[in-house]
Design a protein around this ligand. Structure first.
Ligand SMILES: *[C@@H]1O[C@H](CO)[C@@H](O)[C@H](O)[C@H]1NC(C)=O
Ligand SMILES: *[C@@H]1O[C@H](CO)[C@@H](O)[C@H](O)[C@H]1NC(C)=O
Ligand SMILES: *[C@@H]1O[C@H](CO)[C@@H](O)[C@H](O)[C@H]1NC(C)=O
Ligand SMILES: *[C@@H]1O[C@H](CO)[C@@H](O)[C@H](O)[C@H]1NC(C)=O
Ligand SMILES: *[C@@H]1O[C@H](CO)[C@@H](O)[C@H](O)[C@H]1NC(C)=O
Ligand SMILES: *[C@@H]1O[C@H](CO)[C@@H](O)[C@H](O)[C@H]1NC(C)=O
Length: 538
């Protein structure tokens, strides 16, 4: 698990150059298709809204940040305000399939795919068995055939997503599904059945294309130790993956931009320059290259693309190109809603400080009754919240162990294991590695932050296994914790132990672990978007 994982993590992928070659070949084929399609406007829009219910306390995503393709949705003008709304219950959660079809199947200029479909490949057959249909179309040249094939490829992917939405909707009322590894159950989940069904659908069909362009150390590479470890672990996890990664972009639901912001900061940023320019130019160049070489970026204006960053500057890096910022799925540790993080399209990335590159030795702790200390925090004065915490509680109370520096000989992890609650205030950015450290050690996290969306909030009901304390309530911290009954505490502590699997880092990844939960976050957001080709030339 540990050692080999981190070694692999720092090794560059040996097949990187082969990959580039492979796609240069496919590029030649694709270019004809693009010219047929001509300049593309935005060919995607959000389906009703976010497919999961959110806690009502969550700030509403600003709909103004979402770009819609009005022209491609017939009669959508008067429905636009319905398209992005906050969902508060599971009934609204998965958009109704009929309405999806009605709103999307008649873009004004789209061709009717079944009218003139060339013979499909074998895989096409079960979806649109149209053998012989070639007879009813005028002779077509290569690029037209290619365009139609692409249309049906995308159409097939969208049909799969539609089936998944229906299955998830049904699962909300349905029975538990069997699973050899793990069956999600309990109040830690917003809807355990729906999550499980969604997870299984993801395993069944979700495909990710990783652009091959770019060289390490900035691309196809990332830190696998340290506070930014989730960047490297995810990039390596997906590049080594055979189940979700596809080498055929035509089969992909989403496209991954494999740069590491932590590596950009290390290798491209000029230290102490306070100039984001070089980082931004690198991202702009990358998007430029892939949007010229492949048709996919222009097709959706980035809406079926995703990037990730655990670095504080992830949001800033994503600002380099407006479509990346506005349309793409951004998986960010720095999930600060007042800095543009939009939980309906972006996903929070857990910050995990892997000091040794492995979680080995960091998991587990005593049960609720063997935790003598009420609450614990140790850490620097970073950011705006911690000074308030330390001012009120540093060395003030026997029960609340709040320190800037740990006393000599006291172990940070021992303190977490001895404490009932672990205080996790935001630092320079909203996320704190303490949240996952607390979960690993079986300590109930106390989140003190403004504008933070904790990871996997679409699936996990954080209120059931953590305490959220508003910054203004820091003076009442002890009172708030003391008011939680021992019984309630025991329940929360058990749930912390139960959700731990979703934050564990494994190499290779295991089902339901943090790698797969991040994938699932992206999967959910992709299900919320419908992409189609504008084939008005045909
Ligand atoms: C979808 O369109 C069909 C036929 O036009 C109509 O009967 C049906 O009510 C529509 N469904 C929704 C949800 O609008
Ligand atoms: C299409 O498929 C049918 C039946 O499989 C076959 O007879 C026909 O030749 C095919 N046409 C083309 C253009 O491949
Ligand atoms: C194919 O047909 C399209 C549309 O008629 C045309 O613009 C294009 O030049 C043709 N390509 C070739 C290679 O003949
Ligand atoms: C759920 O399980 C019960 C008992 O096993 C069964 O009677 C019922 O038909 C099941 N419902 C569905 C929707 O499968
Ligand atoms: C995508 O759009 C950009 C800007 O409009 C253009 O330069 C580029 O050539 C397009 N890409 C393709 C593959 O057509
Ligand atoms: C979140 O963003 C707001 C607005 O930019 C900023 O004032 C605040 O400090 C950020 N929070 C943290 C913890 O960085």
């Amino acid at each position: 698990m540990g050692g080999s994982g981190s070694k692999r993590c720092w090794t560059t992928s040996s097949s990187a150059s082969a990959k580039v070659l492979l796609f240069m070949v496919s590029l030649i084929v694709v270019s004809g298709f693009v010219s047929v399609l001509g300049p593309l406007s935005s060919n995607w829009f959000f389906l009703s809204t976010y497919p999961w219910l959110w806690s009502s306390g969550l700030p509403a995503a600003s709909s103004s940040s979402v770009k819609f393709s009005v022209s491609s949705v017939k009669g959508s003008e008067n429905r636009l305000d319905l398209v992005v709304v906050q969902v508060h219950n599971m009934e609204e959660a998965i958009s109704d399939d009929d309405s999806v079809v009605n709103r999307s199947s008649t873009p004004p200029h789209a061709i009717e795919p079944l009218q003139a479909q060339p013979n499909g490949t074998k895989e096409d057959m079960d979806y649109t068995p149209m053998s012989g249909s070639i007879n009813i179309v005028p002779p077509m040249n290569e690029s037209l055939l290619k365009a139609r094939r692409d249309y049906t490829n995308l159409d097939r992917l969208e049909a799969g997503l539609r089936r998944a939405r229906t299955a998830i909707k049904e699962a909300k009322q349905g029975n538990q599904t069997q699973d050899p590894d793990y069956v999600p159950i309990g109040p830690m989940y917003r809807n355990a059945n729906a999550f499980h069904r969604s997870y299984l659908e993801m395993e069944k069909q979700f495909k990710i294309f990783v652009y091959g362009e770019g060289e390490p150390p900035v691309f196809h590479n990332g830190p696998c130790k340290s506070i930014y470890s989730t960047e490297g672990n995810f990039i390596y996890g997906i590049e080594m993956n055979n189940q979700f990664r596809t080498r055929d972009p035509e089969k992909a639901h989403v496209f991954f931009l494999p740069f590491s912001v932590a590596m950009l900061v290390r290798f491209v940023y000029v230290r102490d320059s306070h100039d984001f320019g070089p980082i931004k130019r690198t991202v702009i160049d990358y998007v430029d290259v892939i949007s010229k070489k492949y048709p996919y970026w222009n097709r959706s204006l980035g809406a079926d693309h995703f990037m990730l960053s655990c670095h504080d500057w992830g949001p800033e890096a994503s600002r380099s190109t407006p479509h990346l910022y506005k349309n793409s799925i951004r998986v960010l540790c720095n999930a600060n809603t007042s800095e543009g993080f939009n939980p309906t399209k972006d996903a929070a990335f857990p910050e995990i400080n892997l000091r040794t590159g492995s979680i080995h030795g960091f998991l587990g702790g005593p049960s609720a009754s063997h935790r003598p200390i009420l609450a614990f925090f140790a850490g620097g004065l970073h950011g705006p919240i911690r000074p308030v915490l330390l001012e009120h509680w540093e060395n003030k109370d026997e029960d609340l162990r709040v320190h800037r520096y740990l006393p000599k000989g006291v172990s940070y992890y021992d303190m977490m294991r001895k404490s009932k609650y672990c205080i996790c205030p935001s630092g320079y950015e909203v996320a704190s590695p303490r949240v996952v450290e607390a979960i690993y050690s079986g300590c109930v996290p106390v989140l003190i932050s403004d504008h933070y969306v904790p990871p996997f909030s679409d699936v996990l009901n954080w209120k059931s296994f953590s305490v959220e304390v508003p910054v203004n309530d820091i003076p009442n911290l002890k009172k708030i914790l003391m008011e939680i009954s021992p019984r309630q505490y025991i329940r929360m502590q058990r749930r912390v132990v139960q959700v731990r699997r979703h934050f564990e880092v494994h190499s290779p990844p295991k089902r339901f672990d943090v790698f797969h939960m991040v994938l699932h976050s992206v999967w959910l957001r992709r299900m919320n978007v419908r992409v189609h080709n504008d084939v008005d030339v045909l």
